[in-house]
Design a protein around this ligand. Sequence first.
Ligand SMILES: [Zn+2]
Length: 314
Amino acid sequence: MDKVFFGIDIGGTATKLGAFSAEGKLLDKWEIPTDTGEHGSRIMPNIAAEIVRYADTTENVIAAGVGVPGPVRRDGYVRRCVNLGWGGFNPARDLSAQLEGVPTFAGNDANMAAMGEYWQGGGQDARSLVFITLGTGVGGGIVLDGRVVYGSAGLGGEIGHVVVNPDEPMPCNCGQYGCLDQTASATGVVRHARRVLARRTDEPSALRALDAITARDVFDAAKAGDALAYEAVDTCMGFLGKSMAMLTNIIDPDMYIIGGGVSKAGEFLIDLVRRHYEQLATLSEQRAKIALATLGNDAGIYGAAKLAMDAVRR
Ligand SMILES: [Zn+2]
């Protein structure tokens, strides 16, 4: 068989693997369960076994990249990854050892997704971009001139914990009050919708008939003209626009790519964010483009493979 690169995205429940040609074409992708038992000690052996099963021999593997759900230093070291049970572990070095020395590199999963979108997704026209994923929480990654920003402790691109709402009464899981994570995530959108409903009890809303509200319900109602739902999503996306305006004043990227489950609200969401962003990003004459992510859940394997490709060719 032809030699391949591997892009791997380790999640708390499933691990995605992608085999890529030397030219960067995704050849095959599949998932295995993530076995987090025994402090996650079986995760890397299971991945190594899958790689060998696919490639027959490690000689067919040029290099591998791994995305990890937590901070990863540039040298691959993970000080702590609660989701996987790891502490003081270097998954890149470990996988390389199990693959008879195949060069292996690791990065934070959202940073890998940013790289994936930059390489073969919504950010292909950009030189530098910020990727923001709106899911249960808010994650992010920054690619500047083709390189992922790791930062000193692996916290580069951790946009979710920028404080944007000083009036927030509830603490974030990081200990601060008013993080972007608390407003632009799916949980944040639902919380803000409930607050609007509780504050404007005399006004009708389609959301009042629902037992359990989801972020999708709030966006759908807002699109259908529900005033209270619209106020909630406008507030939440306003905070996202604010955080992007701050980033523009710091790194001035060409582009923002918005992904994650909440981004399924589509161009409606992008239009809301863009309006707030453009009101606040007053220094830049040429405003950054804002677009939806296009690789979905595959962004991580693309980015991890690209990390490995760039590293061995540098
Ligand atoms: Zn926070």
